[in-house]
Design a protein around this ligand. Structure first.
Ligand code: ADP
Ligand code: MG
Length: 265
């Protein structure tokens, strides 16, 4: 669906990503992980053409993304940014409706189809309870759900999320990641998410992309990426990686004594 070929990206003279190649496929949930400042957001922005790479190219459904119009990209790909400004004086329903904008040529009113897509997005994200409320009256978790609903209203084939669970409580984390995983599994979307929480990444993502030193240090299923050796290189800490017997997914525990205040058994 989305292909990156030899992508290098920089800010002024500062190189952030060097020669990155990867492919995003339908029905897979990808997690981009790596230390602060590694270039995860830059990678996501390159994939969505928010940032233009220094060299290399990005192909979306076989077409060079730099040659596509913004609206064409928005019909295929929806982005949930790291921090998003939402105009506070709109209702939830109005904000979700903004997801239909790429489909509205020469008209400013919703069609029946637009309205039913917006309703479906509101239903799927479970925000019908506050659909008429103002954005400014919502909690951080509720607002994040509205942004995801707006992304779904774009009826995208690819969903991009930059740290969607940062600042959310455990219930909302599960809700948002569970919803994304079900969109991938049941609706055939591809999802690409930047996430710091390695345990949530291991639990929900099919494939992880570990960014370190401008490159992909490892890419593959959590078992091949989340190894103590990789984590030592990328984060510089000692870890133990064990399978949680209840969830059957991997869990990372930092063992580094430098940062520990109780004795590790
Ligand atoms: N707009 C920008 N201008 C200059 N430098 C930037 C800009 N955005 C990010 N950077 C730098 O690029 C590097 C990678 O940033 P980013 O992709 O945001 O990392 P991550 O998301 O992995 O934390 C960091 O060193 C950051 O300071
Ligand atoms: Mg970031």
């Amino acid at each position: 669906m989305l292909k990156l070929l030899n992508i290098s990206a920089s800010y002024q003279d500062f190189l952030v990503l060097e020669n990155i190649s990867l492919e995003i496929s339908a029905q897979k949930f990808y997690g981009i992980i790596g230390p602060n400042g590694a270039g995860k957001t830059t990678l996501l922005k390159t994939m969505t053409r928010i940032k233009r790479p220094e060299s290399g190219n990005v192909r979306l459904l076989g077409k060079n993304i730099s040659k596509l119009a913004n609206k064409e990209i928005a019909k295929i790909m929806a982005v949930v940014p790291q921090s998003s400004f939402i105009p506070p004086l709109f209702t939830v329903e109005e904000v979700v409706s903004m997801g239909r904008y790429p489909f509205q040529n020469f008209r400013f009113s919703d069609t029946k189809e637009d309205r039913s897509i917006v309703d479906a997005a509101i239903e799927k994200t479970g925000i019908h309870g506050f659909r008429s409320r103002m954005i400014s009256e919502l909690s951080g978790g509720q607002r994040q759900e509205v942004i995801i609903a707006r992304a779904l209203a774009q009826t995208p084939q690819i969903l991009m999320l930059d740290e969607p669970t940062a600042n959310l409580d455990i219930k909302h984390q599960m809700k948002i990641l569970g919803l994304t995983a079900s969109l991938v599994k049941n609706d055939g979307l591809a999802a690409v998410m930047v996430i710091h929480d390695l345990n949530l990444a291991a639990r929900f993502c099919d494939l992880l992309i570990l960014i370190h030193d401008k490159k992909i240090l490892a890419m593959g299923p959590p078992e091949t990426v989340l190894t103590p050796a990789h984590l030592k290189i990328a984060y510089g800490v000692d870890t133990a990686v064990i399978e949680n017997p209840l969830t059957r997914s991997l869990e990372v525990t930092v063992l580094d004594k430098t940062y520990h205040h109780r004795k590790i058994v």
